[in-house]
Design a protein around this ligand. Structure first.
Ligand code: OVV
Length: 393
């Protein structure tokens, strides 16, 4: 018997404090049933990881949200990366692996570092500011669109767009409806920005479109792949940086350890991605009858993977709720794992390293200076506001 749990993972009370429900799901068994949405769910580390790796049994092509593309028309043109299986996924992911290769990202290191130092200096001069709006949002918006090759106007439009798409993986609840209303005015702009003519002759966008000349993808496919960058490249890093700042402000001992050795910046960012898991959940759909533990799920079952619960599973992690910047956290699933593992992780880590290195070198302390406000999203975990005080070293 698969345990049934009365948990709604897409409501405000859950977002405010998901941890008791995460524990209840992990403790109930390897797989549970959530009647609120008629879906199964997996929250233990070993089972989440096994699902991420078994793309043959757990498909992404029927959508990685609650909606099953075999039963409902996709609400937007499906992503050629996120919402595909091999063999199509091999071709598109192969291209994006090249576009976002370590060598391509290394070329951005100097400019990303300079931008982080300049922003941190400006914030040190202000002393008190909002760590979300003024740093976690401002920094990615100052570097990522340039790397893509976007024009300088209207870059903030990427935030409501990403917020809408990440809400769309959940139910059609009030969070989703509000996000759609918010993003409606920028939809045409995002489509227009994906076109070859809108993009600079250098940058990730141009490299994707150049692959159309070589026949690797069609021009239409290139536009949808650029759309993936614009959708998944900003909100994710905003919430990753926000998580790191929130961790460092709540664990001052860890900030002092980082100051003592700024080369820990990358590790400090990675540990924040484990602990806060900015991307909390994705679904898969079973392609056949599949066993999880002693239970068998029928073909066509939607299964929700709780990445955030896996990343705090006490079966896998000692002191799972502690932020420890020297923890051996390899294997965390904050960036997913397997063939759909985050293609932009190299870029996210560079952004995290640049910002945290600048803070480690220039700041003496970062302190919470007002009530943090949670941001509610069906997929993303983070804050909408984090008032802080930054003291200069
Ligand atoms: C990982 C992710 C999130 C949202 C959108 C996409 C990817 C996309 O490929 O469009």
């Amino acid at each position: 018997m698969i345990p049934t749990l009365d948990i709604d993972p897409f409501c405000q009370a859950f977002f405010d404090d998901p941890f008791p429900a995460h524990a209840a799901m992990r403790e109930a068994g390897p797989v549970v049933f959530l009647p609120a949405y008629g879906v199964h769910a997996v929250a233990r580390y070993d089972d989440v990881r096994a699902m991420l790796l078994d793309w043959g049994a757990f498909s992404s092509a029927r959508g990685v949200g609650l909606s099953d593309f075999a039963k409902e028309k996709p609400w937007r043109l499906p992503s050629l990366l996120l919402e595909t299986d091999p063999p199509l996924h091999d071709r598109t992911r192969g291209l994006m692996d090249k576009v976002l290769s370590p060598a391509a990202v290394r070329a951005l290191r100097a400019s990303f570092t300079t931008a982080a130092e300049a922003l941190v200096d400006e914030l040190l001069a202000r002393e008190a500011f909002d760590a979300i709006a003024d740093l976690a949002e401002a920094y990615p918006l100052s570097v990522f669109p340039d790397a893509v090759g976007m024009p300088p106007e209207n870059r903030r439009f990427l935030l409501p767009y990403g917020n809408m798409v990440f809400n769309s993986f959940g139910p059609r609840n009030d969070f989703f409806q509000a996000a759609v209303a918010d993003a409606e005015p920028v939809l045409a702009w995002v489509v227009a920005q994906s076109k070859r003519s809108a993009l600079a002759p250098t940058g990730f966008g141009a490299v994707i479109h150049a692959a159309a000349d070589e026949g690797i993808v069609t021009e239409a496919e290139a536009e949808v792949l650029v759309r993936s960058l614009l959708t998944a490249g900003v909100d994710t890093t905003v919430n990753g940086l926000g998580a790191a700042l929130y961790c460092l402000a709540r664990f001052p001992g860890e900030f002092q350890r980082l100051r003592a050795d700024p080369s820990l910046a990358r590790a400090a960012f990675e540990e924040a991605v484990r602990l806060e898991s900015p991307v909390q959940t994705f679904f898969r759909t079973t392609t056949r009858d599949v066993a999880i533990g002693d239970e068998t799920l029928p073909e066509g079952s939607k299964v929700l993977m709780f990445l955030g619960a896996a990343n705090r599973d006490p079966r896998r992690w000692d002191r799972p709720d502690d932020y420890d910047i020297t923890r051996k956290n390899a294997g965390h699933v904050g960036f997913g794992s397997g063939i759909h593992g985050c293609v932009g992780a190299v870029l996210a880590r560079l952004e995290g390293e640049a910002v945290l290195t600048a803070l480690a070198r220039r700041a003496a302390a970062i302190e919470v200076d007002g009530e943090p406000k949670r941001r509610y999203n069906n997929t993303l975990r983070g804050l909408s506001s984090l008032p802080v005080r930054l003291r200069a070293a």
